[in-house]
Design a binder for this molecule. Structure first.
Ligand SMILES: [Zn+2]
Ligand SMILES: [Zn+2]
Length: 122
């Protein structure tokens, strides 16, 4: 759709945010998934567009502390890892929708705990 916009943003739990869209579509986002897909300058390299965060870097237990509208085009989330610079435009948020219709393969949940920096795997 051309101008997706949420009609309802529901804080179901610290680890789940549900969005109902103006075309009736329904999306349910796990917190780790939104955090993993943050598009801010510290999560994505400016020139290459390469993500600094890989799947598994964000634990499944990460919590949403806040969600606030930005103008009339985006939402900004604050996460329990202290990160809060990510702005998710409605269009981007809608593209991320993990429902079976939008993402037939479904989501693969990351581990509850992830190795911190300085921990190396053989
Ligand atoms: Zn970010
Ligand atoms: Zn969907």
């Amino acid at each position: 759709m051309r101008h997706p916009a949420p009609t309802l943003v529901k804080r179901v739990s610290p680890t789940q945010t549900d969005v109902t869209w103006n075309d009736g579509h329904f999306s349910s986002y796990p917190s780790w998934y939104l955090r993993e897909n943050c598009m801010c300058a510290s999560c994505v390299e400016e020139f290459s567009g390469r993500r600094r965060i890989r799947h598994g870097d964000i634990p499944s237990t990460i919590e949403r502390l806040s969600v606030a509208p930005v103008g009339n085009y985006a939402l900004q989330f604050g996460w329990s890892d202290g990160h809060d610079t990510g702005i998710y435009t409605f269009e981007y948020l809608r593209k991320l929708c993990p429902c079976p219709e939008c993402l037939p393969g479904g989501l693969k949940e990351p581990p509850e705990k992830v190795a911190g920096p300085g921990t190396f795997e053989a």
